[in-house]
Design a protein around this ligand. Structure first.
Ligand code: GDP
Ligand code: IMO
Ligand code: MG
Length: 432
């Protein structure tokens, strides 16, 4: 049976958590394949006592669906303190987390990497990336530098000590001599990490093997991406990106799944665009429209609480996401947030120094200078949060959606009209 990939099409916070939750009861496994607790997914679940809101960071959003096996894949970087705090938080709310499986090959975020993330950002000053400060970049850098600490290292105390000592050998020079900080003793790091061993051991498995066996047995695997296409370290707006592959290709390496297993690639795309942190953003609105999008859409970071930068829908980005990820289905989210505008601008192409670009410019310099070529679509005033079929939408909202779909490079299969699980218009099935 197949694997399905779900990724973000823009700069994150498109509503991937809600989309995963929507698919939860149609899949057997949900695998997080990249990133760590830089992600923040808000999922709103209906209960007899009213809607319950969950904010997930490190755990796959599928953990909220009873019966699903949530998996943290090898491509993820794990802060063990956050892992157990998040599990405890869910346990306290009655969510069964006992099925969770963690890859033995996933890397661990050690305290020194959190420290380095923060001091480097401070050191960069105006050239900062605006990271989440969770140690993500330094941990992936260690992985590539082959000085990372993996989950399996916790099970061999001697190796763990050697590895931490090796990593700190370089880092302490940097911390003391360049960043004017105190050296971090190996013993303290090892001791902290060993404190997690007993709780971690029963969760750890060869997840790639397990997933292959599960698919062989007819199970359906959903590969859930953190971050998004334009935050991908290879395909995003480098250097203003995260340090992992958040695009569909990253799902294969980050979960250990063969490309031919993937049958469907779903990209979640917001009806406008938001971005947290620094970096270019052609349709960004610094005026009252931007403020209105932020307020109507509650665009404040789930992870850091930072206000998200907001702008109009950018079809160049959507087409790029469709191409890089091989998108078979878009899930359009937050259409309801656009209610109340007389007309809604959409970026259909860029103007770079007088030259029209229908595709992403080849260089970052051109992307920095890209000015949106806007087309205007009539808006609507009706509350659309109760719409459950396309025909329930006012004609202007239908026109807006159809226009976006035409210019975005793949069919729209669902449309979000509110944060709740049922606030969605399903146009065609996303699984099967
Ligand atoms: P993720 O990181 O991609 O999972 O997205 P976030 O959870 O960070 O941000 C998306 C926010 O939008 C969350 O607060 C969701 O509850 C909310 N949301 C998702 N879909 C919709 C929608 O269709 N309409 C509205 N109004 N809110 C939505
Ligand atoms: P979800 O999964 C939005 C951004 C940070 C920063 C850059 C690098 O909720 O969509 P990092 O800490 O990863 O090294 O920061 O990436 N960023 C996100 N922005 N949503 C996210 O995740 C993000 N994860 C990282 O703001 O600009
Ligand atoms: Mg988010």
């Amino acid at each position: 049976m197949p694997a399905i990939v779900l990724v973000g099409a823009q700069w994150g916070d498109e509503g991937k958590g809600k989309a995963t939750d929507l698919l939860g009861d149609q899949v057997d496994y949900v695998v997080k394949f990249n990133g760590g607790n830089n992600a923040g997914h808000t999922v709103v679940i209906p209960t007899p006592n009213g809607p319950e809101k969950y904010a997930l960071h490190l755990l796959p959003s599928g953990i909220l669906t009873p019966g699903v096996v949530p998996v943290i894949g090898n491509g993820v970087v794990i802060d063990p303190e956050v892992l157990f705090a998040e599990l405890d938080g869910l346990d306290a709310r009655g969510v069964d987390t006992s099925n969770l499986i963690v890859s033995s090959n996933a890397h661990l975020i050690a305290t020194y990497n959190r420290t380095i993330d923060k001091v480097v950002e401070r050191f960069l000053g105006s050239r900062r990336i605006g990271t989440t400060g969770r140690g993500i970049g330094p941990t992936y850098a260690d992985k590539m530098n082959r000085i990372g600490i993996r989950v399996q290292d916790l099970f061999d105390e001697k190796i763990l000590f050697q590895k931490v000592e090796g990593a700190l050998d370089q880092k302490n020079h940097l911390l003391v001599k360049v960043y004017n900080r105190r050296a971090i003793p190996t013993e303290a790091v090892v001791e902290e990490l060993l404190g997690y061993v007993d709780r971690l051991r029963p969760l750890v498995a060869d997840t790639a093997l397990l997933l292959e066996q599960a698919m062989g047995d007819g199970k359906i695997v959903l590969l859930e991406g953190g971050q998004a296409t334009l935050l991908d370290v290879d395909h995003g707006t480098y250097p203003f990106v995260t340090s992992s592959n958040a695009t569909a290709g990253g799902a294969c390496t980050g979960a250990g799944i063969a490309p031919m297993r993937i049958e469907r690639v779903i990209a979640v795309v917001k009806a406008y665009v938001s971005r947290v942190g620094e970096g270019p953003f052609p349709t960004e609105l610094l005026d009252e429209d931007g403020e209105r999008l932020r307020l109507n859409g509650h665009e404040f970071g789930t992870t850091t609480g930072r206000p998200r930068r907001c702008g109009w829908y950018d079809a160049v980005i959507a087409r790029y996401a469709a191409r890089i990820n091989g998108v078979t289905d878009f899930v359009l989210t937050k259409l309801d947030v656009l209610t109340g505008w007389e007309q809604i601008p959409v970026c259909v192409a860029y103007d770079v120094g007088g030259v029209r670009h229908d595709e992403m410019p080849m260089t970052q310099t051109d992307f920095h200078h890209a000015r949106p070529v806007l087309e205007y679509f009539p808006g609507w005033d009706e509350d659309i949060s109760g719409a459950r079929s396309f025909d329930d939408l006012p004609p202007q909202a239908q026109g807006y959606v159809r226009a976006l779909e035409k210019m975005s490079g793949a069919p729209f299969s669902a449309i979000g009209v509110g944060p709740g699980r049922d606030e969605i218009i399903q146009l065609r099935p996303l699984v099967g």
